[in-house]
Each structure stands twice: as structure tokens, then as C-alpha cells.
Design a protein around this ligand. Structure first.
Ligand SMILES: [Zn+2]
Length: 89
């Protein structure tokens, strides 16, 4: 039995999984973003309108490596570590 954690993630058998396809992204209690497919683009122009924030701010998008569903996103400076979500059952 799976337990929905968010609109994109669920916990199944002690694993954090994509809700769309069930692909496992790592064990509960450990960061999962390192198991996702990540793309990083500059925030400047990301929404089609000139972004007036910091020049170096990037948008990171974390997607399921199996089905491509967008799982999460975050803004950061390029050298910043991932803002890790650690899920517990
Ligand atoms: Zn998936």
C-alpha cells in the first residue's frame, strides 16, 4: 500500500516513488533529489519576461528519470547544495 506524500511523490515499501509511474527515487529517510533528473537554467528570462532578480540565480527542476514527470523545483545560486527534502514514513 502506498502513502501519498505530495502531489508528485509517494512512499511505497520504504521507498520514495514518483506518483505518476512508481519509479523508486531512494529510501525513506534519505535525500531523493540526487536520484532525479535535474536541469538547471538561469532565472533571467525563465518565465519569458526579463527577471529582475540576481544575475546568478538559477531554477533547478527535478524530474522523474523514468517518465519525465516534474517532481519539484527550487531556486538557488549555482554553488548551493540541493535543498534536500527528507521524507519519513
Ligand atoms: Zn515517473
Amino acid at each position: 500500500m502506498s502513502r501519498r506524500f505530495s502531489t508528485t511523490l509517494e512512499i511505497e515499501g520504504g521507498e520514495i516513488c514518483c506518483r505518476k509511474c512508481g519509479h523508486a527515487l531512494g529510501p525513506v529517510g534519505a535525500p531523493w533529489k540526487g536520484h532525479a533528473a535535474m536541469t538547471e537554467i538561469p532565472m533571467r528570462g525563465a518565465a519569458g519576461v526579463p527577471y529582475s532578480g540576481g544575475e546568478r540565480v538559477v531554477l533547478r527542476r527535478f524530474a522523474c528519470p523514468a517518465c519525465g514527470a516534474l517532481l519539484d523545483s527550487e531556486t538557488a545560486l549555482p554553488e548551493d547544495p540541493f535543498l534536500d527534502d527528507v521524507l519519513f514514513d
